[in-house]
Design a protein around this ligand. Structure first.
Ligand SMILES: *[C@@H]1O[C@H](CO)[C@@H](O)[C@H](O)[C@H]1NC(C)=O
Ligand SMILES: *[C@@H]1O[C@H](CO)[C@@H](O)[C@H](O)[C@H]1NC(C)=O
Ligand SMILES: *[C@@H]1O[C@H](CO)[C@@H](O)[C@H](O)[C@H]1NC(C)=O
Ligand SMILES: *[C@@H]1O[C@H](CO)[C@@H](O)[C@H](O)[C@H]1NC(C)=O
Ligand SMILES: *[C@@H]1O[C@H](CO)[C@@H](O)[C@H](O)[C@H]1NC(C)=O
Length: 807
């Protein structure tokens, strides 16, 4: 073909909008099947999506730049479509945007009301997906006027630029309504809206359109009265605005910066502001309200109970099971829990058993009393109260207190909280069929037997595997018969290390990279620590190169590498042995058995200084700068004189890319990670400075900064925040931060200096942090240090945790 003709065809086809994704639906161009609209800037897409159940499709708008679909808006949330190929989203004859198929021309419609002054038959409209995520229906002849827009009809997501409020002329208001479950966009039980009476400017969240369980407090022009933490956020990058004019009053917000974020009324009943992390491909929570999940009304449904202290928060009461385990797991707990055994009194009288088969009560202590509110009954004693409940078949629970008297509950129990410290913690007597209470012990015995049997089977299996591995090892024999010297390092034979460690019997510790065992070298009687590396996927040659690099790095504050062993896939590193173990064991000991005295201030200061020197050497004085990547008290070892030596350096490079994955999925480390790890940008030596700062706070306080709970959720404890806040208040307050076990015995100037340095080290912007060399100089007292600013991330965290002065 003539190349010019080909070019012409290409140009023509690129001009033809149907060949590439368009941003609009016109009369001539409906949308169906897998077609989608893409907004001009490419941020949002619109089309059919399938949230979960097979053959349930919805028209929705989602973030185009995130590969998984997170719908921000759903057109027909209560009317799913079964076949998108035969369903069209189109402009109807009257100018509305409608969803239709052959049998139903109006599955969903924008319902723009025709009015007398504009003849609808001549109106030509166009639906355009904007780059803000707003779908707008316009009059082609008057494109400045939006006849309808999706921002006026939000589902569960409030995007920056969107409104939440009330149109005084049309009477239309914008509310967020949660999805029913994670896979069902139909209307759930939670709704957030601007005060519908319009008399106060506050947002509130209600359960089932009736029970209000959270309000923002009124807007004072800058912040909501019950969200004082907004003050800081407003300054950072989150701007709320309130408009009250003749036609409408509403809240809106905007975000500074180019990240993807959303505010969503989640199926958990919380309003959550989240930002997308491209690196880890997940949403991260910036703030949520109510802050405590169990403050959401009836989160766990009828006969469910919420416990803030354990995850998952919801479980069924004793004697009850999830009505629909599938819905329950998807976050729809509205069905709640059902009795395992019917109450005796609700069975037919012929089945009514002997008197001892009467319903019984199960005592639940330390609970918040449930809803609906109970009825007070005259009863002189607990047993009278119990009898009062037994007398009515619809009575489900009672509680009795000397001063509170007798309260009985009728019907389903809602909003029950366990370990409710705020409610004072009462004892609730829950009515159950007698068999539920009598059956308890045999059931648990059965469970124990099953556990013992399966445990035994697993034990045998492990034994078998061990035996097979041993046989296999025998057969293979050992590679490399002699001890060779390589780049100043010893190459150990596996069998020698096995003997030296008494077949790896004395474990010193275990981390993400493998376990460490104590050993004695037979020829020199020197104590060694042998680290068995796990998850190493490197070739032999590369391993040796990396190890010999590590071997050349020697400093009094770095743990010395003696040698290595490469035995098939087994890779081991042999280090000098540190008799005093790791810093964490000294700092965080609970005073129980085997506890030694806590290190005094002078020792701690020397440990901080020595660690800084070791790191400064790694960063600045080696031939190749080594970033440690995992600074924490576990990796600071102490020799016989309590002098610190940094361990595990060089492993980041040795373990290659796997490292960051291991690190972020590991408990205990995440509290030391600099924000740039999470942001996914290149890591520099200043990431170590951040971790060092976090550790320095722990050296001062003698407590862990972060209190981790399972599932990788970051919970930075209050100490760094408290310390930074005290610093802001003035230097005089610094001694109050010191580990109370030191009883104030410390050099006040050193404590202040350490606090200031630590706070500089944990600045969000890595360029604001000092280098390790500067840290050394400051701690040595050679260089003066200014007052650090409050780190921004810390401020945000502090805001989320409420008033720190109350801690
Ligand atoms: C049209 O849509 C309705 C509602 O979604 C559905 O019940 C019906 O089966 C569909 N008809 C055809 C022909 O697809
Ligand atoms: C009818 O439409 C016209 C033009 O689109 C508009 O100016 C007018 O306010 C509308 N009237 C009513 C009652 O909605
Ligand atoms: C909004 O403005 C109207 C009239 O200007 C006023 O009556 C109303 O109180 C205002 N509402 C709030 C919540 O400020
Ligand atoms: C919500 O309220 C309605 C009545 O207002 C009631 O019929 C319905 O059962 C309630 N839903 C739940 C889950 O309690
Ligand atoms: C009770 O008995 C009646 C007839 O006597 C029967 O229709 C009903 O289903 C029974 N109810 C239960 C819960 O067994």
């Amino acid at each position: 073909m003539n190349p010019w003709l080909l070019l012409l065809l290409l140009v023509l086809s690129s001009l033809n909008p149907s060949s590439s994704a368009s941003n609009s639906i016109s009369v001539k161009q409906p949308l169906s099947g897998t077609q989608k609209l893409i907004s001009d800037g490419g941020k949002f897409a619109l089309g059919f999506f399938k949230p979960g159940k097979p053959d349930y499709y919805y028209i929705g708008i989602w973030f185009n730049k995130i590969s998984k679909q997170y719908p921000v808006w759903v057109a027909s949330r209560d009317t799913p479509v079964t076949d998108p190929t035969t369903t069209q989203l189109k402009i109807s004859a009257d100018g509305n945007l409608v969803l239709s198929n052959r049998s139903n021309p109006n599955i969903w419609s924008t319902n723009i009301r025709a009015n007398s002054t504009s003849s609808t038959t001549t109106t030509t409209t166009l639906a355009v997906l904007l780059d803000t995520g707003n779908l707008v229906v316009r009059d082609v002849s008057n494109p400045n006027i939006a006849l309808w827009q999706s921002f006026d009809h939000p589902t569960d997501t409030w995007l920056p630029g969107g409104k939440l409020g009330h149109n005084k002329v049309t009477g239309v208001s914008q509310q967020l309504t949660s999805w029913k479950s994670k896979e069902d966009p139909s209307s759930g039980l939670y709704r957030m809206e601007l005060d519908p009476e319009g008399s106060t400017s506050q947002l509130s969240i209600k359960w089932n359109n009736s029970r209000e369980y959270w309000t923002s407090g009124t807007w004072n022009g800058q912040i909501f009265s019950r969200m004082p933490e907004m003050t800081q956020r407003q300054k950072v990058n989150f701007y709320f605005g309130y408009v009250n004019d003749t036609t409408e009053n509403y809240f809106t917000y905007s975000i500074k910066g180019s990240f993807i974020s959303r505010t969503i009324l989640d199926v958990s009943g919380q309003i959550q502001h989240q930002t997308w992390l491209f690196d880890s491909q997940e949403w991260t929570l910036i703030w949520s309200q109510p802050a405590q999940p169990c403050d959401v009304y009836s989160l766990c449904g009828p006969y469910g109970s919420c416990d803030q202290n354990v995850k998952p928060y919801c479980k069924c009461l004793r004697g009850f099971s999830e009505k629909s385990p599938t819905n329950w797991d998807l976050g729809d707990r509205s069905g709640g829990c059902a009795r395992n055994t019917q109450l005796q009194c609700s069975r037919n009288s012929s089945e009514y058993g002997p008197a001892d088969q009467k319903d019984k009560f199960y005592a639940m202590s330390d609970t918040g009393l449930p809803d609906p509110p109970p009825i007070s009954v005259q009863a002189g004693s607990a047993s009278d109260c119990e009898q009062a409940c037994l007398n009515s078949c619809s009575c489900t629970a009672y509680s009795y207190g000397a001063s509170a008297g007798c309260s009985v509950w009728y019907g389903d129990l809602l909003d029950l909280k366990e370990h409710a410290s705020t409610g004072g913690g009462s004892t609730l007597f829950l009515r159950l069929a007698a068999s539920e209470i009598i059956d308890m012990s045999p059931k648990t015995n059965k469970g124990a037997v099953i556990r013992a049997v399966t445990g035994g089977a697993a034990g045998c299996l492990i034994f078998l595997v061990v035996v097979l591995v041993l046989i296999w090892r025998r057969r293979r024999g050992t590679a490399g018969k002699s001890k060779a010297v390589e780049g100043g390092l010893l190459a150990f034979r596996y069998s020698d290390l096995q003997r030296a460690t008494n077949n790896f019997s004395e474990k010193l510790g275990g981390g993400a990279f493998g376990s460490v065992f104590k050993g004695i070298l037979p020829d020199s009687n020197a104590a060694i620590a042998v680290k068995k590396l796990e998850g190493l996927r490197q070739g032999e040659k590369q391993f040796r190169t990396e190890v010999s690099t590590i071997g050349t790095v020697q400093h009094v504050n770095l743990v010395r590498l003696y040698g290595f062993c490469s035995h098939g896939t087994e890779k081991l590193l042999v280090y000098e042995y540190m008799p005093n173990g790791s810093l964490d064991a000294h700092l965080f000991q609970d005073g129980g058995a085997g506890a030694t005295t806590v290190p005094d201030w002078t020792t701690r200061y020397q440990i901080a200084l020595g660690t800084a020197r070791g790191l400064a050497y790694l960063h600045e004085q080696c031939r190749e700068c080594i970033i440690h990547c995992d600074i924490k008290p576990e990796n600071v070892l102490l020799d016989a004189c309590m002098a610190p030596k940094v361990a595990d350096f060089g492993l980041a490079k040795l373990l290659g890319r796997d490292f960051s994955r291991v690190l972020t999925s590991m408990r205990g480390t995440i509290g030391y990670l600099a924000p740039e790890w999470i942001a996914g940008v290149a890591i520099t030596a200043r990431a170590d400075v951040y971790s060092y700062g976090m550790m320095l706070f722990e050296i001062i306080s003698g407590k862990r900064n972060s209190d981790q709970q399972g599932d990788g959720e970051i919970k930075i404890g209050f100490f760094p925040i408290l310390a930074a806040t005290r610093l802001m208040e003035g230097e005089d307050a610094m001694m109050s931060l010191l580990d109370p076990r030191l009883k104030g015995e410390a050099d006040a100037e050193e404590v202040t200096r350490a606090c200031k340095v630590a706070c500089w080290c944990i600045q969000d912007n890595e360029h604001s942090r000092p280098s390790m060399g500067q840290v050394v100089q400051i701690l040595e007292g050679v260089v003066e240090v200014n007052m650090p600013p409050m780190p921004r991330t810390l401020q945000l965290l502090a805001d989320n945790m409420g008033n720190i002065n109350s801690l």
